[in-house]
Write a protein that binds this ligand. Structure first.
Ligand SMILES: Nc1ncnc2c1ncn2[C@@H]1O[C@H](COP(=O)(O)OP(=O)(O)OP(=O)(O)O)[C@@H](O)[C@H]1O
Ligand SMILES: [Mg+2]
Length: 317
């Protein structure tokens, strides 16, 4: 397992981190490859250090969170992953199947239903059903119906699928509730939709790189969240930024590496300026770190994000 989260100097906690620590579900989303998984793990450590018991929930079958946390893959179970931290890789279909199994109780009957083509088609094809199942699982956990290993996490951080799917994930329960108006499924979908819509319980963190396409998607996502859910993200994290170029480091002769650095940094700055014109809320900046991956990257990212959240809170950027 990775080392213990670093102590936070007393009184330095920014209100942004406090706000994040007050939530029961944080959904981390953004374009593919921008650092959602790294940010999920990093936020998890920061909140665990504040005394929260945090479950990191990963939906990606490629399972990568455990590499950062230096633990074995979760294999679908909730497993400990460091002080105050737990990890689960959850397959949306698995959640639905478990629900059927739980409701039908009789093993032979549930096997027949689960194996039937009608159920297969329904589970795969009904819009929003699997996503609603996943969010329903998070609600059950924070309401204290978890397994013995983690009866009630204080917070769940959901490493959500890339941008478009992230919005459909959040929109799913209200869609299901609109279609299924009565009966236990309709009731449950309404409860889950209310949980997702409740800004005291659920928050959204958008991760982006400061490149043209990811920033474009981030701006669209902010608009989409507003128009479809009436929600604003808690925070946008601009990740993997090239460090500022300093003239003091200027070598005497032309260096292609330096030119590349300046070029990438300029793109970052232009795109951050563009983001700033569209997004007036908190923005945290995390640099590109010269570390391949694993727990060392997580530890370094933790320090950076802590500082970035403080700066975002005070508007000191
Ligand atoms: N700030 C950073 N510094 C250095 N490496 C980073 C940083 N952020 C992310 N990375 C690296 O970039 C790669 C992509 O990051 P990550 O897996 O967290 O992205 P993702 O958004 O979860 O991707 P996907 O959409 O494929 O799930 C990883 O190898 C990760 O270690
Ligand atoms: Mg990922």
């Amino acid at each position: 397992m990775s080392s213990e989260p670093r102590p936070e100097p007393a009184g330095e906690a920014g209100s942004l981190l406090e706000r994040l620590a007050s939530l029961q579900l944080i959904v981390v989303t953004g374009k593919g490859g921008v650092g959602k998984t790294l940010i999920t793990a990093t936020l998890g450590r920061l909140l665990a250090f504040r005394g929260r018991t945090v479950l990191l929930m990963e939906l990606d079958p490629r399972e990568s969170l455990h590499h950062l946390l230096d633990v074995a893959p979760s294999g679908g179970e909730i497993v400990p992953a460091g002080s105050g931290l737990f990890l689960q890789n959850l397959q949306p279909r698995q959640v639905l199947d478990e629900l059927v199994h739980e409701r039908l109780k009789v093993g032979a009957l549930s096997r027949r239903v689960l194996g039937s083509p009608i159920y297969q088609q329904f589970a795969e094809g009904a819009p929003g059903l699997k996503e609603t199942g996943v969010l329903g699982r998070t609600l059950r956990l924070v309401d204290g119906h978890g397994p013995r290993v983690l009866r009630r996490p204080d917070a769940i951080i959901l490493d959500a699928p890339a941008t478009g799917h992230g919005v459909s994930l959040l929109r799913a329960p209200s869609l299901v509730a609109e279609v299924v108006r009565s009966g236990p499924v309709g009731h449950l979908a309404r409860q889950i939709a209310a949980f997702v819509a409740d800004s005291q319980r659920t928050g959204i963190v958008l991760v982006t790189s400061a490149e043209e396409m990811p920033i474009q998607e981030t701006v669209e996502l902010v608009q989409d969240l507003d128009s479809t859910l009436g929600r604003r993200p808690e925070l946008v994290i601009a990740n993997a930024l090239y460090p500022p170029y300093s003239d003091a480091r200027k070598p005497t002769r032309q260096s292609p590496a330096l030119e590349l650095w300046k070029h990438r940094r300029r793109i970052n700055e232009n795109q951050l300026a563009r983001l700033g014109r569209e997004w007036g809320g908190p923005l945290a900046r995390v640099p590109l770190l010269p570390i391949d991956g694993g727990p060392q990257l997580l530890e370094a990212a933790e320090l950076e994000l802590r500082t970035a959240l403080r700066a975002a809170t005070s508007g000191a950027e």
